[in-house]
Every structure is written in structure tokens, then in C-alpha cells.
Design a protein around this ligand. Structure first.
Ligand SMILES: N[C@@H](CCC(=O)N[C@@H](CS)C(=O)NCC(=O)O)C(=O)O
Length: 271
């Protein structure tokens, strides 16, 4: 899609327009879909008080009319095709969460919470927790290879990696749960230290792939119905249900409703 589109009063500019602009923060999204990496970056920007201009992320595949790869321009601009890409002013585009987080931290409002702790020990914990959530072989990577499909094949799906994925997801949830338990014992409701960090925002957002999230937090759209059903069904897999504690759910809800915009604003067609 190259046209600008307006979806439920929410404007998505084209990728070309986003790339051509020289001011402001532009992030790519798919209207109506809580693509988790985009959704998490949106939440990070929300906490940091950064106004975001939404741009359309081109979908995988070939344009029916022209026969061209729909992501060719994105690849030309960013040397990759993953979602989201983030443009700020006239700087190079950022495509990886570590760079996106560092940028958000530096351009955010001075009165916003520091999402990367000053304390280096806390920083070790924070980046470790983020890595098991977002990085290679983390929560989302393993969720993505639960089933066969074009996207999962791109991320290493095969019979062996897919069979190992539920066990890894369980291990990751258990690490987070133990961390929250330890933190509660010392009187903190956050994953690291005594204040909100990027680990809380990323975990609370990305863990929606293993929970049934109510519509007052994640609205149902025509575009995300299937995804919401898949996420809810993950929460019912016996091995996952067993480790999905009330503590995990309470923390997710607390972080999303306290620090992020809820109900999430997705564009698309609300049901
Ligand atoms: N580049 C991101 C990861 C983003 C990512 O994995 N996005 C997936 C969606 S779940 C995607 O858009 N994949 C399509 C592609 O790589 O072409 C990061 O490491 O921070």
C-alpha cells in the first residue's frame, strides 16, 4: 500500500512520506493489528511522552497488480523488512528494539520515567529480561514458531524448534514470575528496582501473546480477531496455563492500564 489512509480517524501516512519527512517520530504499523513489536514501541513512546506519527508497514508478499515485492521499498530504506521501523528527524531508521529504546530514552520528555535505569546492576537485569521477551529465542520468537506459516518459517520454524517452543515459553514465564515474586517480597510491583522500566512495558505488552486480554485493554477489530483468538488459545495450553500466575496477569494489567494508553488505539475497523 502506498496511499495515505485514514482509519477510524487515525491517520497512517505512507512509508515514502515517513521516510521523506525530516522532523518528528514516525513508526510503522499495520492498521487494526497489535503487531507486538510495534505495539510495544508505541507504548514505550507513550510512557516517554513522544508524539508518534503512524506510518503504514508494507505487508509481506507480492502486489497483485504490479507483481512487485510489497516490501521492496522498505528493504531499500532499511536493509530489512521487520516491523516496526522507526524514523526520527532526519536520522537513519532504527529497526531493532535496543536502538529504538535508546532513541526513545534520549528524545523522551525530561519529566517522563527513565526506562533504562541509571544503576548498571539494574540495567543488567532490565536488558536481560527484555532479551528473553523480545530477542532471538525469547518469548515472542518462540510463540511465533508454535505453528507453521510464512512468518514462522522466516524465523526458524521446523518440527524440532516448534516442538521445543512451548517448553521455552514456560521457562521464560517462570523466570518472570519468580522475579515478580522476589520483587513483591521487597515491596516493589516492578520487574527491576523500585520504578517502572522498559522491562515492565515490553513484558506487559508482549506477554499479551500468551494471555486472553480484555477489550478494555486490547479492543477487537476486524483485522485482529484471529490474532486475539490465537493469543487466548496459547493461554489455555495446559503447560502455559500452569505457569500463568495471577501475579503475572496482575502485573500485566497494572502496567498496561497505568502507563500505557488503554484501550489500545489500533485504527482498523473496530468491532
Ligand atoms: N526487528 C525487530 C524484530 C521485529 C520482528 O521480528 N518483526 C516481525 C513481526 S513479529 C516482522 O515484521 N517480520 C517480518 C519480516 O521480518 O519481514 C527487533 O529485533 O527489534
Amino acid at each position: 500500500m502506498t496511499e495515505n489512509i485514514t482509519s477510524h480517524a487515525l491517520k497512517f501516512i505512507s512509508l515514502d512520506d515517513a521516510a521523506a519527512m525530516t522532523q518528528g517520530t514516525r513508526i510503522t504499523f499495520i492498521p487494526g493489528i497489535q503487531a507486538l513489536y510495534s505495539e510495544a514501541l508505541k507504548n514505550i513512546c507513550y510512557v516517554k511522552g513522544i508524539p508518534v506519527i503512524r506510518a503504514l508497514h508494507p505487508m509481506m508478499g507480492v502486489d497483485k497488480e504490479t507483481g512487485e515485492d510489497r516490501q521492496a521499498r522498505l528493504f531499500e530504506l532499511t536493509s530489512q523488512t521487520g516491523l516496526p521501523t522507526m524514523f526520527f528527524d532526519d536520522e537513519r531508521p532504527r529497526n531493532v528494539w535496543t536502538e529504538q529504546l535508546a532513541l526513545a530514552e534520549s528524545i523522551g520528555s525530561p519529566s517522563s520515567p527513565a526506562l533504562i535505569p541509571d544503576d548498571y546492576k539494574h540495567r543488567v537485569e532490565m536488558f536481560g529480561l527484555c532479551a528473553i521477551t523480545l530477542a532471538e529465542d525469547g518469548l515472542v520468537w518462540n510463540m511465533r514458531i508454535l505453528n507453521d506459516g510464512a512468518l514462522s518459517r522466516k524465523y526458524g520454524y521446523n518440527a524440532r524448534t516448534s516442538a521445543a517452543a512451548p517448553g521455552k515459553i514456560v521457562e521464560i514465564i517462570s523466570v518472570i514470575d519468580a522475579c515478580l515474586e522476589q520483587q513483591a517480597q521487597r515491596g516493589s510491583q516492578y520487574l527491576v528496582g523500585d520504578a517502572v522500566t522498559a522491562a515492565d512495558i515490553y513484558w506487559a505488552t508482549m506477554s499479551m501473546c500468551i494471555t486472553a486480554t480484555p477489550p478494555d485493554i486490547m479492543p477487537v477489530t476486524q483485522q485482529n480477531q484471529g490474532m486475539l483468538k490465537f493469543f487466548a488459545s496459547n493461554s489455555k495450553r495446559p503447560e502455559i496455563a500452569q505457569v500463568l500466575s495471577t501475579r503475572i496477569i496482575d502485573h500485566q494489567r497494572y502496567i498496561l492500564t497505568t502507563y500505557c494508553e488503554t484501550p489500545a488505539v489500533l485504527g482498523g475497523d473496530l468491532l
